[in-house]
Ligand binder design. Sequence first.
Ligand code: XMP
Length: 549
Amino acid sequence: MRAALEICHSAEPAGVRDDDAAGRAETTGDLSTMSRERVLIVDFGSQVTQLIARRVRETGVYSEVVPFQKAEEAFRANPPAAVILSGGPASVPDGDSPRAPQIVFESGLPVLGICYGQMTMAEQLGGTVESGHHREFGRAEVSVKKPSALFDGIWSEGSAYTVWMSHGDRITALPPGFEVKGASENAPFAVIEDEARRFYGLMFHPEVVHTPDGAKLIQNFVHKVAGIPSGWSMGAYRQDAIARIRAQVGKGRVVCGLSGGVDSAVAAVLIHEAIGDQLTCIFVDHGLMRAGEADEVVSLFRGHYNIPLVHVDAADTFLGALEGVTDPEVKRKTIGRLFIEVFEEEARKIGDVGFLAQGTLYPDVIESVSFAGGPSVTIKSHHNVGGLPERMNLKLVEPLRELFKDEVRALGRELGLPEAFVGRHPFPGPGLAIRCPGEITAEKLTALRQADTIYLEEIRKAGLYDTIWQAFAVILPVQTVGVMGDGRTYERVCALRAVTSIDGMTADFYPFDMAFIGRVANRIINEVRGINRVVYDVTSKPPGTIEWE
Ligand code: XMP
């Protein structure tokens, strides 16, 4: 959160997002053709726009994010029930800064502008915005001047409430029809409203947790101002998704690559519910899974769900090709290439396959707003089945492309996936290969698996597993001197990593207490042959990444 909070009219950090969302030739749910009542969120490039979408969905209403450049098109294609304008790094007084499509204000729909969104709305409707000398970052107090539908049941006139501000500009003259409902020390127009036209503007960010009543303000906008009823639930989504999968696939055959992760598992179970044995899952076991993981996948799918599953034990192929490879990008590319080759061979054996299922999530679908327009640097080459749809002439089935990660977990529970599977930490496609800097050897992988198992066992025992986004061990290509009993040891170093994160794009290291780290280190050194030293990684992302390679 820390890094994500410099949001409005401030330099945005260089894109560190490196998910590879390739291979999206044809997809299932075209969001713009859905009939549900929805809130359209116009994205001006704030780092926390996705949080607005989540807060709206938490009210039981579907929401969709579109970049400002495409907002008019999306609006006309399928008019929403309400519009929210996000924050962003630009400055309204700059001549070429982005604007909301005028149709948004002419449609008669309720509009909520947040930060930059509030300021562009004010300017577009005849008010004035000024730059500079009005910076307000972090916690602030908003005093309520008059009642508003937004404040219903939460904020009362005459009282002050904590909010999170992050702006450099401010409104200096209101557009006609607007009045001030709340003010802070540096933002006399912190909450503005044109009640008759249902236009609302907030200078602060209600979508972040640092505005304690923010979720309720958004809920009031959605339910009380816009009058949109709750109807978006995982039960409803499941039925909707099943109908769409059936309509798309017909009698065709679908293959789905299982990775051992939550997304592909939920996608597979949902598709199986829709089309039964027209689905075949392929699990390419590259020999780089954690201890016991491959067996778990096989028994869950074959035993529990009775879903047709091809389990390919390709460990020798992968580990053979990785012999002597130390460069992280070469490792990633080698694994990615082999994965596609093995997968393709198995898919061809099934014969007559028309569709490839993928667990693509909404954050991969949302187009990021780019002001500069240039390509962002590749930090890491993620591997997935990108390229396969073209090579094999497959259409994509992506039943999760409207969901956030926590919604996928909720859908997994709805579908009856075991809690231990649904609540799992993310695991990268290249597996332990990228937790083994330097050369990958069978001996290092064995030690790594044992250390990782101990670490996670202790995290679970301490009740911390669900608080942590991801925790894992890394085995370093470094040996250090130690003393055990009366003897000298010269063995490897194991690094422990644990981070908290909202979406993997930014992360903070987890602040374990030292007694916990000491206990884990002790167990690893005593129980794992080949490791005589343990260190804890205290790097956040950025500047680090979550994985070591
Ligand atoms: P980084 O290391 O880039 O990781 O901070 C961000 C998140 O992505 C996961 N990750 C991957 N997931 N294929 C995946 O499916 C990959 O190649 C890959 N590399 C990293 C990582 O575990 C973290 O959750």
